[in-house]
Ligand binder design. Structure first.
Ligand SMILES: [Zn+2]
Length: 197
């Protein structure tokens, strides 16, 4: 997997892209508009303060850039596995919350007196807490490591990471051809400029 810088403006990549799948480098069979977002990695530290503060800050500080991405049939949903993992861990989080709510109910009996919890209940509460702590880490890793993503975005640049070498090589070839062409037309312009004598 490799990294490439693409150029554009107004939140949209404007340069022509080769007919190579972003994910595997094989010949592309379709294009799809993908929107990438990026925020400084330091913001992840806010998770330690509170996940909600992190989500809110990241939402307002993120930068976005869209791209008409060439893809093959196999990668028509390039973020499929990332979505599977995020959904799975959100499900686990809800399950762990339900378990913890049940354990809390068991700590007092019908008369409102504290009860002694058996070891199985204590164990399930501990595992639930552990899974809830793991959730933000698992989601963060899935977002960073799986599928194409933005390594950096500014006003006119998108640095794409986790893209195929075949796609990157094809883009580099296109850039090279383009600069050759521009140099060529520049020279032509000089030689055909009107004489002043
Ligand atoms: Zn592909």
């Amino acid at each position: 997997m490799a990294q490439i810088t693409l150029f554009g403006s107004d939140g949209q990549i404007s340069e022509n892209l080769p007919e190579r799948c972003l994910c595997c480098g094989r010949a592309s069979t379709l294009t799809k508009t993908l929107t990438f977002s990026w925020f400084s990695r330091w913001l992840w530290l806010l998770c330690l303060v509170h996940p909600f503060i992190f989500v809110l800050t990241a939402f307002f500080l993120q930068r976005k850039m869209s791209l008409t991405a060439p893809l093959c049939g196999e990668h028509r949903i390039p973020w499929f596995w990332r979505n599977v993992i995020v959904t799975l861990f959100l499900g686990i989080f809800v399950g762990a919350l339900v378990v913890l709510a049940n354990v809390t109910n068991k700590t007092i009996d019908a008369k409102g007196m504290p009860t002694r919890l058996d070891s199985l209940t204590i164990m399930s509460a501990l595992i639930s807490c552990l899974l809830m702590l793991l959730m933000p880490i698992a989601i963060m890793l899935a977002m960073i490591l799986i599928g194409p993503g933005a390594a950096y975005i500014d006003k006119n640049r998108l640095v794409l990471k986790n893209v195929s070498n075949g796609f990157v090589n094809a883009v580099v070839d296109m850039h090279r051809e383009q600069s050759k062409f521009e140099r060529g037309t520049g020279e032509e312009r000089i030689t055909t400029s009107p004489k002043t004598d």
